[in-house]
Design a protein around this ligand. Structure first.
Ligand code: DQA
Length: 144
């Protein structure tokens, strides 16, 4: 199972700044991920603590890999970063928008240092890429 995590405000996609984030809803993004791999457990929360707890649970619940869009937590949540660091499974960070081309506070991800792959700026297609990357990382680990 691949765990797909979404942080704050991503529940509002579709209505939220479509010029930046597109028209896809959170459900559409989960569907895009499932088009690549049907066994996706999707968890979304507005709360940093709930996301940290879900990452802890992923250490032992059969999660094979994680795809995470932490929303704004990307830029400042050392708690989420540390939880992800604890997780040994392959981890892929994904952002709809091209964060490097936006406001300065979005240029830094505190999460990137503890994930294997980061995908930015590909919109909803980035979710398909992210799941493909997670599967490729799993294949590589299985090959040793
Ligand atoms: C985002 C980028 C973040 O800067 C922002 O706070 C989000 C969405 C993205 O997917 O482009 O909530 O993670």
């Amino acid at each position: 199972m691949i765990l797909l995590l979404h942080g704050p405000n991503l529940s509002q996609l579709g209505a939220r700044d479509p010029a930046v984030y597109g028209r896809a809803t959170l459900d559409d993004l989960v569907a895009a991920a499932r088009a690549e791999h049907p066994d996706i457990d999707a968890f979304a929360s507005e709360s940093e603590g709930d996301l940290v707890a879900r990452v802890h649970a992923a250490r032992t619940d059969g999660t094979a890999a994680v795809v995470v869009n932490p929303g704004a937590l990307t830029h400042y949540s050392y708690a989420l970063r540390d939880a992800l660091e604890l997780l040994a499974q392959p981890k892929v960070e994904v952002h709809l928008s091209q964060t490097a081309a936006r406001e300065a506070f979005r240029h830094r991800s505190v999460v990137s240092a503890v994930v294997d792959v980061t995908i930015t700026g590909a919109g909803d297609f980035g979710y398909r890429l992210a799941v493909r990357a997670a599967l490729e990382l799993l294949h590589r680990r299985a090959r040793g």
